[in-house]
Design a protein around this ligand. Structure first.
Ligand code: 3QA
Length: 231
């Protein structure tokens, strides 16, 4: 089984690279892909660089060029749902692109013809996350993640995303990865630990908590890999 693990920023995959320790580096399309194996699982690891376009390229590359059969995204997110605090984990049940707008033609926000507003995560991976959370006595909230090519640091924008997509958290890559995986029929899921509340203080909060929250997410991914080894 070849498993892809991706983040957007180097900080989001550094805890995983440090954990795996030995890996081979392959360069492709102006990016680096790290190949390793963990307890018999073949792993391709990469950070895409920020945003939907970069994330799409990386997800497609991991699947088409490196043969990934499942994709796990690990990283940080801005909280929309006020129950989510710094360091809390959220796993996406479904994801939408909040910056996609052809509403003048009568379509809903986030929709393009032949697409869908929401792409759903793989149920098997969600179930796996749930059982790992129970075993580790960790709380992982399930919810809707909204994605767009903007760092949100404004309460009005955040509230618009909340009411338009019923979103619980927001970030800049998840939904694009979801579209790619859905099209290529690869089970995926997106896990994020909260780094900020997408408000006025988001920039400072993000800088302060990027590393610690990225680590919380990465550690949960490793616990999931440990569980995958057994099936
Ligand atoms: C944005 C990163 C991008 O990959 C999306 C973090 C956390 N809080 C967010 C928010 N709005 C949107 N997304 C997020 N990630 C950071 S850009 C800063 C780069 O600094 C999730 C995310 N409020 C690099 C140093 O110059």
């Amino acid at each position: 089984m070849q498993i892809a693990i991706m983040g957007a920023m180097v900080e989001e995959i550094t805890p995983l690279l440090e954990y795996f320790n030995h890996y081979e580096t392959v360069e492709f399309a102006k990016n680096k892909y790290y190949l390793t194996s963990y307890k018999g699982l073949d792993i391709v690891l990469a950070y895409s660089k920020i945003g939907k376009v970069n994330a799409s390229l990386t997800a497609a590359t991991m699947i088409e060029r490196f043969g990934a059969q499942k994709l796990l995204f690990s990283g940080v997110a801005g909280a929309v749902n006020p129950t989510l605090k710094i360091g809390d984990l959220i796993v996406a049940t479904k994801l939408a692109q909040h910056d996609l707008d052809i509403t003048v033609f009568g379509h809903p926000y986030g929709y393009v013809p032949e697409g869908a507003v929401y792409v759903e995560s793989d149920r098997g991976l969600l179930a796996l996350a749930k059982s790992v959370a129970e075993r580790k006595k960790l709380y992982v909230q399930e919810g809707i993640i909204a994605t767009g090519d903007q760092f949100i640091c404004d309460v009005d924008k955040k509230e618009w995303i909340e009411k338009t997509f019923n979103a619980d958290a927001l970030e800049m890559e998840g939904a694009s990865v979801a579209v790619v995986c859905d099209a290529l029929q690869i089970p995926f899921f997106v896990l994020r630990a909260i780094s900020d509340a997408a408000d006025m203080d988001a920039g400072f909060s993000f800088d302060e908590f990027l590393n610690s929250s990225a680590k919380i997410s990465a550690e949960f991914i490793i616990a999931m890999l440990d569980e995958m080894v057994h099936d």
